[in-house]
Design a protein around this ligand. Structure first.
Ligand SMILES: [Zn+2]
Length: 376
């Protein structure tokens, strides 16, 4: 029976599975982790949202009077990018205190640390509250794996507290902004480019919309730890050839939202703000996630992390979204911490690395957090 794992070795093993998304192909990686946990005494189940797109849930059932604590991470990574790497992205090259590879920070190191904590927990586990590990496929392209699990009846079960292992260099964050990506479409009437007066130019309408969006005012106070909401026009496309009046243009808008002005409210605001003949379609719609920093469990996590970080954590959040958007909604909003060993600045970068010492520290921290919950 597997008991303790070397988390550095495990991180290297996980990096060797190419789970670049698209296309993802997380199945082998999921099966590898599942086997370790099954051998370690966990109940493991696999869920495919598409061919070879596998998420897994591993449980250690415990007392029924207290819900389990859940830990979650994603198995996919982003593509390597256009720039060439000076390190092999899949071999888990170690140089001093750094391990390199695609997913080293985001977030196979976090998954490895969770698996390490899980296997160690099993050894000391008896008559305690349960613990659940959720490892998802397809997070990087909009939390497809997590959404799939949330949509399956009775699969996720209960959750009393949630830890999501995204890269924070082990700083426990108490929230993130929501994301609302919109596709804004304008339409017109095509005509020959030499006779524009016979057409209706969709690009001109798109430009008008972009111009208005630049001046959009959310009209909301900054959140205490998430700051201001933001809006960015990320893409624009329209027209088929120079000598025609374009009859269609599409603008892509990325909005990061706050709990006090949730996605639906922003959507309505934008819709009434833009011209009536503009079509708006949400492409990504992920709720913000926040937990009251004074929550008892959050304070218990801060107690634990104070000893690792050398100072007491303060309430902080981030702008990017995580699977927590989907999971917290599915779980009826448990207190949630985002914390993982990866370097936040390394996510999605060329020559991505994670500090080896942070992976070991994360395993210790996850173990302590789980133990504290299960014994509570
Ligand atoms: Zn991630």
């Amino acid at each position: 029976m597997a008991t303790e794992v070397n988390v550095l070795e495990l991180t290297r093993k996980l990096l060797a599975f190419n789970t670049i998304n698209p296309p993802g192909q997380e199945r082998q990686c999921a099966r590898y982790i599942g086997k370790l946990l099954e051998d370690g005494g966990f109940k493991v189940a696999y869920y495919d949202f598409a061919e070879s797109r596998t998420s897994l849930i591993a449980r250690l059932d415990g007392r029924t009077d207290r819900p389990p604590i859940c830990f979650s991470g994603h198995l996919d990574t982003v593509p390597l990018g256009a720039e060439s790497w000076s390190r092999d992205p899949f071999s888990g090259e170690v140089d001093g205190n750094r391990i390199y590879g695609r997913g080293a920070s985001d977030m196979k190191s976090g998954v490895a640390a969770m698996v390490g904590a899980a296997l160690r927990l099993r050894k000391t586990f008896q008559e305690k509250a349960g613990v659940t590990f959720i490892f998802t496929a397809g997070e990087e392209t909009g939390s497809q794996g997590a959404s799939h699990l949330a949509g399956l009846s009775g699969v996720l079960g209960l959750c009393g507290a949630l830890v999501v292992g995204e890269p924070t260099a082990n700083y426990p964050l108490v929230g993130h902004k929501g994301s609302l990506w919109l596709e804004i479409e304008t339409t017109g009437t095509t005509a020959h480019g030499s006779m524009p007066e016979q057409g209706d130019n969709a690009i001109y309408k798109a430009v008008e919309a972009v111009d208005k969006l630049q001046n959009f005012d959310f009209n909301i106070a900054a959140h205490p730890f998430l700051g201001e909401p933001t809006l960015n026009v990320g893409t624009i496309a329209g027209g088929l050839n120079i000598n025609s009046v374009p009859d269609r243009a599409v603008v892509g808008v990325d909005i990061r939202t706050l709990p006090d002005l949730p996605n639906e409210a922003v959507f309505e605001k934008i819709r009434s703000y833009l011209a009536e003949d503009v079509k708006i379609k949400p492409i990504v719609d992920m709720a913000s996630v926040t937990t009251d920093p004074e929550n008892e469990w959050v304070q218990a996590v801060f107690d634990i992390m104070e000893s690792f970080l050398g100072k007491r954590p303060e309430p902080r959040g981030v702008a990017y979204f995580t699977d927590a958007s989907v999971l917290t909604t599915a779980f009826d909003l448990p207190p949630t911490i985002i914390m993982g060993p990866g370097e936040p600045s390394m996510a999605h970068k060329t020559d991505e690395f994670c500090r080896v010492s942070k992976i070991e520290e994360a395993m210790e921290a996850y173990f302590d957090i789980a133990k504290k919950w299960c014994e509570g």
